[in-house]
Structures are given as structure tokens and as C-alpha cells.
Design a protein around this ligand. Structure first.
Ligand code: ADP
Ligand code: MG
Length: 461
């Protein structure tokens, strides 16, 4: 029976669980799958959660069961389990337009089911939301082929600089395949995520489960495989995973910041496997592509900048696409704050974006990878010590410094920095940044180290 106390306790625990989940899943997933859940009752070992219908409950359990259990147990500080009851949910959050909605729907799949996003993927990353220009046309069409005719281009290897849309394209493939066939086993992982899962499986003696999870798939997508470089044992496991999937005739897709042969410390047998399919490069976007992206990004937004300002941004910010979006958001924030009374001129825009335009070229060349290399060599440790899951004492400081530099010298989001550091949570990154800022006030040596590293990273330009 649900007492008032158990309901209050359930609500309180659920709101703590939600705050933990918020840092762990994409915003979209959070709105679509978690915010709509209604806490019902807290028992000794279970938290009962209300959802709209059985389908929702099954999907939630299948795709987010582990994340949910972990967050719940963290919030409760006890090994609680969740229990789903259908027929309760709040009205569902609006679902953003995605490939799933617009793609032709086979009659056997209901509209509800096609709105699925592949696990760990952002539902905004679709083919429809990807602007095609000369720089990415081949990669785009190869990705579409991988999605619609799996196994034809196998493996598919997309490479290019940061912020050019590699992850977007890869998740578009994942989302498309999942939308067309909800039963398809789609595994998207970053290279670091794969590493962490592998290390956990060794520690927990769950190698059989690990292999089963990554090898029995229809589609295997690994983001940023350049992180395999120099990690020998991981490469052995990856090689076996790759072969198992490839030999089963299933599609493999990888992204990287460089060609296989240019990845330092990558075994020859992997280089040749990676080169055996189709490789497509994405290069920096032209002015036309940049403008098209800006126009697309503001479609459907309540507040729109006039086209001349979009042209202004596209002309001045020429490198990666994340910076374009950052510039647009900055102008939108200003314009919506001052309202119609002060129309935004290009001169004002120039002032508002001043630092972005000036520093852009410089910021752009400092990547997380370069920061990791510089920090590792400064402290005389290995990059995977910094990004790995272990926490020995001598690694804590270099790791925090590297996170701090990644935040101050690049345009990467907290979430992406967390990802690049072995799939860590963005709150860990925030904590590291604050710690370095605080410590630099009192610790002269640390301050010198940070300054020296900054100088070194800029000097290599
Ligand atoms: P990468 O993985 O190459 O570093 P991402 O895929 O993370 O880059 O892209 C960075 C941001 O830019 C994302 O928000 C993505 O949606 C956007 N983006 C990149 N290329 C395009 C494109 N051609 N069309 C629309 N958005 C893009
Ligand atoms: Mg990426």
C-alpha cells in the first residue's frame, strides 16, 4: 500500500536521482525518457516508478536500465532497484524532429517505435540535420550507404579535424538503423568508453559478457579510434572484436582525427584492417556550408537572427562548427535580452564576438589531444594514465590540469571534455577546473606549471 510518507520519500529520492541522471544522459534523453516518469512509492528494496505504457517501460528498462539503477543507488546510498508500473505518466515531452519522424516508415513499425534513438546517441544527430557541402559530401553519402546497405562499405572510416561533424554523422547512422529496425543491435561507443568497459570486464572477471555485448551486434560504431594508439592490450581486444563482427558480415564504422596510417602506435594489422574498407575525409567547411549550417540551426527556433548577421558570423568564424553555433548563441542571448528596442547591428555583433573572432584561430589549433600529449610529457606519464579509470595519487594533479587546460584553451563543452577523459561526468570536469583555479592562488609551483604548459601549447602553433 502507498502511504503518504512513502510517496513523499519516493518523490524526494526520485528528484535526487533525476539530478544525477541529468549529468549522465543527453538533454533530449532526459526530457523524453526521465522527466516524464512519476515516482509512486518507496519500499524497502524498490522504488516504484509510473510510466505511460508498457512500451515505454520496456524500452526504458532495456536501454537505460543500468544507468537508472546506478543513479538510483547513488542517490539512495543503498542497493535499491526500480520497478515500473504503466498507466501513470505525465504528458510526454515533445519529441524533436528527427530522421526517425521524417524517414519513410515501414508499415510494420509504428510511429512511436521509430522515434527511438540509438542507445547513447543524441536524437538531434540525424541525416536530415546534417548540412552537406563539398567538404563532407563523400563522408555523408558513405555514411548513408552504411546505414541503408550495411556491409557494403565495411569498415567505414571517417576522419578529420575536431568539430567537423564526425560524431554527428556516426550517430546519424546509428539513429537511422535503430529507427528503421528497432530490433537491430546497435552499439555506439567512444574509444574511451570501450577501454573503460574492457578494463572493468578484466577487473570484474566478466570478459565473456563484455565480448558478448560488443561482438553480437548488427552495427558497431566506435568514435575517435585514434585513442587506440599506444594501447597495446586494448588493440588486441579491439582486433578480435573487429574480426568477429566483420566476419559475421556486420557493419563497422569508425571515426578518427587522422588516417589509420598516421595514428601513432597503432599496430600494422589494425592499420590494414581499418584501410580495408572505405575511408572518407571531412575537411573544414566552406563559407557556403557555414552559412547553411547557421541557417539550419535557427530553423524552428523562437528567436531568429537576421540573415545579414548569420553571414557576418559565417564570414568571420571559419573553422569548426561548434564555434559557429557558439557565436550564434551569444548574439541570440544578447538580442533576446535587450529586446526589439536595440536592433543588433553588425558593429555590435563585432564587439560581442570580439574575443571569439580574435582568439578563434589560436583556440582552434589547441585540441584536447594536444593538451593530453603536452601534460603527459610534462609530468612524464602516459596519456592513457590521464584518461584511464585508475586514480593513483600522482595522476590526480596532471589529470585536473589537463581538464582545466582543455576548458580554457579549447571550445569543447564540459560534456565532451568528460568524454575525452575516459567518459567522465561533466561534474568531475567542473570540480577539476575549480580545484586548479583555487590551487593556483596558493601553489606557486602549480601556477608555473600551468603557465608553462599554456605557453608551450600556444608556441607549437
Ligand atoms: P566531431 O565529432 O567531428 O568533433 P561533431 O559531430 O561533434 O564533430 O560536431 C560538432 C557540432 O557541429 C555538432 O553540434 C554538430 O551537430 C555540428 N555539425 C557539424 N557538422 C555539421 C553539419 N555538416 N551540419 C550540421 N551540423 C553540423
Ligand atoms: Mg566527435
Amino acid at each position: 500500500m502507498t502511504t503518504e510518507k512513502s510517496l513523499n520519500d519516493a518523490q524526494e529520492l526520485w528528484s535526487r536521482t533525476l539530478s544525477i541522471l541529468q549529468g549522465k544522459v543527453s538533454e533530449n534523453t532526459f526530457h523524453q525518457w526521465f522527466e516524464v516518469i512519476v515516482p509512486l512509492a518507496l519500499g524497502d528494496t524498490t522504488l516504484k516508478l509510473g510510466v505511460s505504457d508498457d512500451f515505454f517501460g520496456e524500452w526504458l528498462t532495456e536501454n537505460f536500465g543500468d544507468i537508472l539503477t546506478n543513479a538510483l543507488q547513488e542517490a539512495a546510498g543503498a542497493p535499491l532497484q526500480f520497478q515500473i508500473e504503466s498507466g501513470h505518466s505525465r504528458p510526454a515531452a515533445p519529441v524533436p524532429v528527427s530522421a526517425a519522424e521524417e524517414a519513410p516508415v515501414p508499415s510494420s513499425i509504428t510511429q512511436r517505435e521509430v522515434q527511438q534513438t540509438a542507445p547513447n546517441c543524441n536524437s538531434r544527430y540525424t541525416f536530415e540535420n546534417f548540412v552537406v557541402g563539398e567538404e563532407n559530401r563523400y563522408a555523408f553519402s558513405a555514411a548513408q550507404t552504411a546505414a541503408t546497405s550495411p556491409g557494403t562499405f565495411n569498415p567505414l572510416y571517417i576522419y578529420g579535424g575536431t568539430g567537423l561533424g564526425k560524431t554527428h554523422l556516426m550517430q546519424a547512422v546509428a539513429n537511422y538503423v535503430k529507427a528503421m529496425n528497432p530490433n537491430a543491435v546497435v552499439r555506439y561507443t567512444t574509444c574511451e568508453g570501450f577501454l573503460n568497459a574492457y578494463v572493468d570486464s578484466l577487473r570484474n572477471k566478466t570478459s565473456a559478457e563484455f565480448r558478448d555485448y560488443y561482438r553480437n551486434v548488427d552495427l558497431f560504431l566506435v568514435d575517435d579510434v585514434h585513442h587506440l594508439g599506444g594501447k597495446e592490450q586494448l588493440q588486441e581486444e579491439f582486433f578480435n572484436t573487429f574480426n568477429a563482427i566483420y566476419n559475421a558480415g556486420k557493419q563497422i564504422m569508425m571515426t578518427s582525427d587522422k588516417q589509420p596510417s598516421e595514428i601513432k602506435g597503432l599496430e600494422a594489422r589494425l592499420v590494414s584492417r581499418f584501410e580495408s574498407g572505405v575511408a572518407a575525409q571531412i575537411t573544414e567547411p566552406s563559407f557556403e556550408t557555414r552559412l547553411a549550417i547557421l541557417r539550419m540551426k535557427q530553423e524552428g527556433q523562437a528567436f531568429k537572427l537576421p540573415d545579414e548577421l548569420l553571414v557576418f558570423i559565417a564570414e568571420r568564424i571559419s573553422s569548426h562548427i561548434r564555434a559557429l553555433e557558439g557565436a550564434r548563441m551569444r548574439l541570440v542571448a544578447f538580442a533576446s535580452a535587450v529586446g526589439d528596442s536595440v536592433p543588433l547591428t553588425t558593429e555590435m555583433a563585432s564587439n560581442l564576438l570580439g574575443d571569439m573572432i580574435d582568439n578563434e584561430a589560436e583556440k582552434n589549433r589547441v585540441s584536447i589531444d594536444r593538451i593530453l600529449d603536452a601534460v603527459a610529457s610534462h609530468f612524464n606519464i602516459k596519456v592513457h594514465d590521464i584518461t584511464g579509470s585508475k586514480r593513483p595519487k600522482n595522476i590526480a594533479e596532471p589529470r585536473m590540469v589537463a581538464m582545466y587546460l582543455s576548458r580554457t584553451l579549447t571550445d569543447e563543452s564540459l560534456k565532451d571534455i568528460g568524454q575525452a577523459f575516459g567518459g567522465r561526468n561533466h561534474t568531475t570536469v567542473i570540480h577539476a577546473i575549480k580545484q586548479v583555479e583555487n590551487d593556483c592562488r596558493t601553489n606557486e609551483e602549480l601556477k608555473r606549471t600551468v603557465t608553462a604548459l599554456k605557453r608551450k601549447l600556444h608556441a607549437r602553433i
